[in-house]
Design a protein around this ligand. Structure first.
Ligand code: ADP
Ligand code: MG
Length: 256
């Protein structure tokens, strides 16, 4: 559904965050982007949603066209849900109000200043139910745990009725049990709704447990692309080689 062709991104300081990446992403697949910090995961995800301009190369969205074209970008964004590391919810609003934000793309700016129709509320409540949080719908988000907040983030993305969900290290600040819960819900949504999910992770064990496909990034290059079963010690060495020495600690943390 998305085709990357020779994608490069160079930041103003001269750092080349992505180096001529060519990849295809497929509908309904759960893809994990695995890599040490600084390997280019966030940059790649931001490119996939047009939040970061590419320096060279092309992104083509199947059925829509080239992402560089404003009309294509608009259509693509409407059907793409984003989940961030710091969930970016509005703390003083309820879970339901936050999830309703996911419905705004379906209304004009003028209309969205008024209370949204009942149908939108129903969709939002359904999405909260999908992530096991219906009973928390009227609770202020800043009274929820980190894992619950991240699940509200998933519900908000889901309320957009997306074809694609992009999640940038959605479990980075969660304890292992909450991390598993969040990834399980994402995985379930991917399977049941046929939504493509592309999620970046730091932790190999989590990638192995949930991914249909793992794309390993190291210093802006794709150094692995295959199934979870195909990733062994030498592939891991390739992904974590001389970029970041925190990866082994993270592994121990997940294993414990
Ligand atoms: P990751 O998400 O895997 O940690 P990033 O995509 O954030 O990797 O970063 C890739 C590289 O680009 C790093 O070297 C980082 O320092 C650099 N970088 C990221 N964002 C910017 C920016 N806004 N300006 C300059 N350099 C950046
Ligand atoms: Mg990042």
């Amino acid at each position: 559904m998305i085709e990357l062709d020779g994608l490069s991104v160079t930041y103003s300081g001269g750092i080349q965050a992505l180096k001529s990446i060519s990849l295809d992403f497929y509908q309904g697949q759960f893809t994990v982007i695995l890599g040490a910090s600084g390997s280019g995961k966030s940059t790649l995800l931001r490119c996939l949603n047009g939040l970061r301009q590419v320096s060279a190369g092309r992104i083509t969205i199947k059925g829509l066209g080239k992402l560089q074209e404003p009309k294509v970008l608009h259509q693509h964004r409407k059907r793409t849900g984003m989940i961030f590391q710091q969930h970016q919810l509005i703390g003083r609003q309820t879970a339901l109000e936050n999830v309703l934000i996911g419905r705004l793309a379906y209304h004009s700016i003028l209309r969205s200043l008024l209370p949204l129709p009942k149908a939108d509320k129903y969709i939002a409540l359904e999405c909260l139910d999908r992530v096991g949080l219906l009973s928390k719908a009227l609770v202020r988000v800043d009274n929820l745990s980190g894992g619950q907040q991240q699940r509200v983030g998933i519900a908000r993305a889901l309320a957009q009725q997306p074809q694609l969900i992009l999640a940038d290290e959605p479990v980075a600040s969660l304890d292992p049990a909450s991390a598993h819960k969040v990834l399980s819900f994402l995985r379930q949504i991917c399977e049941e709704d046929g939504i493509s999910v592309i999620v970046s992770l730091h932790q190999v064990d989590l990638a192995r447990a949930y991914a249909d496909r793992i794309v390993g990034l190291s210093q802006g290059c794709v150094v692995f692309d295959g199934s979870a079963a195909e990733i062994g010690e030498s592939e891991l060495d390739g992904i974590y080689d001389n970029t970041d020495d925190t990866a082994p600690n993270q592994l121990e943390e997940v294993a414990s």
